[in-house]
Each structure stands twice: as structure tokens, then as C-alpha cells.
Design a protein around this ligand. Structure first.
Ligand SMILES: [Zn+2]
Length: 167
């Protein structure tokens, strides 16, 4: 992916981190959550991010994830916490997302219901009429992977997403 496209895709994904991220608990494999507290990258609030499981009590704080070296400056090495965007894992702890499924060798995934609903709306709008999508959503949606936007996949993907939503 060209760098500019990558950055646009990251911006598109980051907006869904304003909501909590649903994950599979690494201990009991039930539904757990990463509380993002309206996450903003680099904000002091980022340390308040935490993963919690209501079923077994698993809990992990982002604060406890050790910062890693990001880049060198004249005054030394700059440390920070890296978020991993763009895969079926949460960006903070790299735990598996609750909403994910295989689709023809690709992985369909969403951070939370807000993200899943966005994908559903975008694909459903594409099925009805290509130009009826509101501009803002259209530009966000155009950053989705090609296989997700392929017309021939849309109906099957929407079925998968309906099933996913009911997990
Ligand atoms: Zn658990």
C-alpha cells in the first residue's frame, strides 16, 4: 500500500477507537472489552486504556505495556507505545478481536459494533446505488480493502456481518 493510502486508512480506523473495542478474552475466550476512554494518540489519557473481562476478571492496563524506542533525537531516544492498526487484533494489547471471521482467505473484522455497522451500511449502500452514499462515508469507505469493495463479494460479506453482529 502506498504511504499516503496507509495513513488515510489508519485515520479511518482510528475514529472507531473513540468507542470501546470488543475482544476475545485471552484467558476464558469469552467476550471482553478494551476500554479506550475516547482514546486519542499521544494524549496523557492513553495510559487509561485497559482490557477487562467481565466473565473471568482478566484485566490489563495499557500503562503496564512497556514503551518501546520509536526514534532517535539529538537528546536521546524517544520512547512511546505503538498501536497496531489494520488487523484482527486490538491496537493496544494485540488481543484477538471479538468480531472477526474468515472470508475467502481474507479476514473480515471490526473493532466494535460501531465499526461493524459502518461496514454494513457502506456495503449495503453500494448494493443499492453506488452514488447515494453520503460524501464523508464514501471517502472513508473508499479506503477499505479492495476485496471488501468488490461487487461480487458484497452480498456474501453482508451475510457474514449479520452473523457476526449476533455473536
Ligand atoms: Zn475472561
Amino acid at each position: 500500500m502506498p504511504l499516503r493510502t496507509q495513513q488515510a486508512y489508519a485515520t479511518y480506523l482510528r475514529q472507531f477507537l473513540a468507542h470501546d473495542v470488543d475482544i476475545t478474552c485471552p484467558v476464558c475466550h469469552k467476550k471482553a472489552v478494551v476500554k479506550t476512554g475516547g482514546y486519542r494518540q499521544g494524549s496523557p489519557l492513553e495510559t487509561q486504556v485497559k482490557a477487562v473481562c467481565p466473565s473471568c476478571g482478566f484485566a490489563k492496563r495499557y500503562e503496564d505495556v512497556p514503551p518501546t524506542p520509536l526514534y532517535a533525537t539529538a537528546n536521546g531516544i524517544k520512547y512511546g507505545r505503538i498501536t497496531t492498526l489494520g488487523g484482527p487484533i486490538d491496537p493496544f494489547f494485540q488481543l484477538p478481536l471479538w468480531y472477526q471471521d474468515d472470508f475467502e482467505g481474507e479476514t473480515l473484522w471490526a473493532y466494535n459494533l460501531e465499526h461493524l455497522h459502518f461496514l454494513q451500511q457502506h456495503l449495503a449502500a453500494g448494493l443499492r446505488e453506488r452514488h447515494k452514499v453520503a460524501n464523508a462515508n464514501a471517502s472513508l469507505g473508499s479506503r477499505l480493502p479492495k476485496w471488501m469493495l468488490a461487487k461480487r463479494n458484497r452480498e456474501a460479506l453482508l451475510k457474514k456481518m449479520d452473523a457476526m453482529e449476533k455473536r
